[in-house]
Design a protein around this ligand. Structure first.
Ligand code: DQA
Length: 144
């Protein structure tokens, strides 16, 4: 079975983007961490990063037939996208929402998430280790 890892806008810049907030690990590092964690739990991992809302929505739709669940860091779309939230509701797959930073310690516009009401679990402020925790949580939910 497959876990889909989705990263939204600007997360391709991980490692060089505001390292004081997001750390020094790259997107490739994060994807490898998630892949290794998935393998430990007997899952394959497919990873996609996009800066485009529609591409992420298409990937959520495709997951309906190709994945058991989704781990997603929607980036700034977290705070803006009704369309991504609707896509998640539409496919009825368990989704773990991840934010590297503690969004609640940051600007007020980062405190609201359109995704949280449709997420099974939320991991915030754990740094890139949050991806590991998210895959573990998804594996736990899928094993129940
Ligand atoms: C983020 C937090 C968002 O507010 C921001 O727009 C991001 C990254 C995080 O992982 O902490 O792009 O989702």
């Amino acid at each position: 079975r497959t876990i889909l890892l989705l990263n939204g806008p600007n997360l391709n810049l991980l490692g060089t983007r505001e390292p004081q907030i997001y750390g020094h690990d790259t997107l490739a590092d994060v994807e490898q961490l998630a892949r290794d964690t998935a393998a430990t739990h007997g899952f394959e991992l497919r990873a996609l990063q996009s800066n485009h809302e529609g591409v992420l929505i298409d990937a959520i739709h495709e997951a309906r037939t190709s994945a058991a669940g989704i781990v997603m860091n929607p980036g700034a779309f977290t705070h803006t996208s009704v369309a991504i939230a609707d896509a998640i509701s539409g496919v009825q797959l368990p989704l773990i929402e991840v934010h590297i930073s503690n969004v609640h310690q940051r600007e007020a516009f980062r405190h609201h998430s359109y995704v949280s009401p449709v997420a099974s679990s939320i991991i915030v402020g754990a740094g890139v280790n949050g991806y590991k925790l998210a895959v573990e949580q998804l594996a736990y939910l899928l094993g129940k």
